[in-house]
Structure formats: structure tokens, C-alpha cells
Write a protein that binds this ligand. Structure first.
Ligand code: UT7
Length: 322
């Protein structure tokens, strides 16, 4: 049986960490470090310079992932970039990344837009490409510059997000890799988290900033993250006890704690990086994965449960042997 297996991870954060206090001072926010830490767990985030794009961040993360996998750019036969902050309306960030990496083998490259569940979606799609025999070596990437779509006057959202990228090399393997995955959407909830603007006639029309009903998102997230975790565990014939680490989308430490509690997962098995990265949307899961691998926490053979939830609404999970 052919599995899709992660053989290398990489990530990249632009610049230096920006603390809550620095962010508050920079944008003259009526906020304080205590509120942000208590309500979200966030202490710092990275903000990309104005000239740095999602494909730039993705490029750095992919170089590291390829090196970790012992693969060259010429081995790559599929690129999927999960992003909601693409470089351009078109071409895709994935196509720009392909050019930056110097991949000239005609491999397909496309973006996937599922906001904060983008990486769970991209991994699920890449798994299907690999298991069907269409691809053997995929770059699956989450890359975001959410700082570009934040309203710095809206303290309820602008303190939550950050920029960054994470990537994995996903290869065909006879050894178990992705054991099960699931992705879902319910567009009827589109209004609780959105950037309700568009480019028309040379200008942004509507509202080009991220808007969120935080409490509605919170409740929705905890419910669907628990449900989709149970779904992928059942599909693989496993229980939560088999999971070495849960890597949830890093939005709010309280969402992660509530989800872990519902699942009966000990707190030490939940990977948390939101304190240092903020919410990097589609990049948060591969960023957390790469940091944990490089720190020696996650090791070959570990069973990992990756899951995300985001605008749309969308949600998804993948259970895998690392
Ligand atoms: O990637 C998925 C997307 N996002 C999420 O998963 C986020 C989900 N939601 C959340 O994480 C939380 O709902 C938030 C962190 C966004 C907000 O926490 P909360 O405990 O739900 O607070 P709240 O919205 O009920 O606001 C409580 C108070 C309000 O003041 P009043 O009306 O009680 O006087 C807010 O205006 O806190 C105020 N507030 C702030 N105060 C200081 C909101 N933002 C801030 C702030 N600093 N940055």
C-alpha cells in the first residue's frame, strides 16, 4: 500500500518578534499585555516588512524542508500553497514559489484557500494526489502575511495575528504516513470571520480588513475541532490514547485547551506556539510542526493529529505517523 509520508519540515518567520507591549505602543492601542495573554496566550508575533510576500516566506520554509528531506528542487512534482494572503490576485503564490525555487519540470502548482484550515486541506489534497499515483514528492506549504489585512484600529483582531510560513515534503512511501484525513465546510457561517472586500475598477471596494465575531468563532472552533479529531481517529481505528502530539491550529490557547479537554488529551501532548507566533492562519500548523521537530520533541514514528479551523467556515484534520 502506498502512503503519503512527511519526510522533511521547514519554516520561516520574518524579522524579530514583536511583543504585545511593542505592538500596543506602535499602533497606540487601548489594550494591555495582561488582557492579550490572559484571553489568547499570545505574547509575541512576527510582522513581515512591506516588501516581503507570502511566496518569499514560503521559499525560505521550502528550502529548509527540502534540505531536511534530503531532496532537491528537481524531485518536486506537486506544489500546493495554502494561503489567504497571496502575493497577487493571480498568478498563484504557488506558481511564484515554483519560479523562486527554480523548479522548471512543469509540475503542477496551485493555491488552496481555506483560511486557517488551509494546511489541513492542502495536506488532505496532496495525500490524494500521492495515493492515486499522480505525484511522488509534493511540497505542501502554509504561508501568510496576515499583517496586510489587519485593521490596526481594531484591537479585537489586530493583536491576534502574525506572519510566517511552514512547509513539509510529502512523499510516496511504503511506510505508514497519513493514516486518515477529513475536511469540511459550512459556508452559512461566512459572516463570522471574513475580509469582505474586493478589488474592482482599480480600487479596493467593500471592507479590505479582517472582521471577526470572536465569541462565535471560539464556540464554533471548539466544537468542530473536537468532532473532526474524533472522525479521523475513528477512520483509522484508533483512540486519542494513540496520539503522541496534537498540533492544532494556533489561534488561541484557550481554544486549544478546551479542545484537548473535550478529547481527553493530556495538556502536555498539545503543541503550543501561539504564544510566540500569534495566529499565522494556514502557516500555524506546519510552523508548529517544524519547530517541534527541530527542538527534538517530535520524533520519527510519533503519531500526530493535525487539525485546523477557519473562515468559510472550514475545518479539517489529518492523523499521521511521522
Ligand atoms: O483562526 C481562527 C480565527 N480566530 C479565532 O479563533 C479567535 C476566536 N476568538 C477568540 O479567540 C476570542 O473570542 C477573542 C480573543 C477574540 C476575544 O476574547 P473574548 O474573551 O471573547 O473577549 P470579548 O470579545 O468578549 O471582549 C471582552 C472585552 C470587550 O470589552 P467590553 O465590551 O467587555 O467592555 C472588548 O472590547 O475585551 C475588550 N477587548 C479588549 N481589551 C483589551 C477586545 N480586544 C481587546 C484588546 N485589549 N486587545
Amino acid at each position: 500500500m502506498t502512503y503519503a509520508k512527511i519526510t522533511g519540515t521547514g519554516s520561516y518567520l520574518p524579522g524579530v518578534p514583536v511583543s504585545n507591549a511593542e505592538l500596543i505602543a506602535r499602533h497606540q492601542l487601548e489594550s494591555n499585555d495582561e488582557w492579550i495573554v490572559e484571553r489568547t496566550g499570545i505574547r509575541a508575533r512576527h510582522i513581515a516588512p512591506a516588501t516581503v510576500t507570502s511566496s518569499d516566506l514560503a521559499f525560505e520554509a521550502c528550502k529548509k524542508a527540502l534540505e531536511a528531506a534530503g531532496r532537491s528542487k528537481d524531485d518536486v512534482d506537486l506544489i500546493i500553497v495554502a494561503t489567504s494572503t497571496p502575493d497577487y490576485i493571480f498568478p498563484s503564490t504557488a506558481a511564484l514559489l515554483q519560479a523562486k525555487l527554480g523548479i522548471a519540470n512543469g509540475a503542477p502548482a496551485f493555491d488552496l484557500q481555506a483560511v486557517c484550515s488551509g494546511f489541513a486541506y492542502a495536506l488532505t489534497v496532496a495525500d490524494k494526489f500521492i495515493r492515486s499515483g499522480s505525484s511522488k514528492c509534493a511540497l505542501v506549504v502554509g504561508a501568510e502575511v496576515f499583517s496586510r489585512i489587519l485593521d490596526w484600529k481594531d484591537r479585537g483582531t489586530c493583536v491576534l495575528f502574525g506572519d510566517g510560513a511552514g512547509a513539509v515534503v510529502l512523499e510516496a512511501s511504503e511506510q505508514p504516513g497519513i493514516l486518515s484525513s477529513a475536511i469540511h465546510a459550512d459556508g452559512s457561517h461566512h459572516g463570522i470571520l471574513s475580509v469582505p472586500g474586493q478589488v474592482c475598477g482599480g480600487q479596493a471596494i467593500g471592507d479590505p480588513f479582517l472582521r471577526m465575531d470572536g465569541q462565535a468563532v471560539f464556540k464554533f472552533a471548539v466544537r468542530v475541532l473536537s468532532e473532526v479529531a474524533e472522525e479521523v481517529l475513528a477512520a483509522a481505528g484508533l483512540t486519542i490514547d494513540a496520539v503522541d502530539y496534537l498540533i492544532p491550529h494556533q489561534a488561541n490557547v484557550r481554544i486549544m485547551q478546551a479542545t484537548g479537554k473535550r478529547l481527553g488529551l493530556p495538556a502536555e501532548k498539545c503543541i503550543v506556539t501561539v504564544d510566540r507566533h500569534g495566529n499565522t492562519s494556514a502557516a500555524s500548523i506546519p510552523l508548529a510542526l517544524d519547530e517541534s521537530v527541530r527542538a527534538g520533541k517530535i520524533k520519527a514514528g510519533d503519531t500526530l493529529l493535525l487539525e485546523g479551523v477557519g473562515g468559510g467556515f472550514t475545518w479539517g484534520a489529518a492523523l499521521l505517523k511521522f
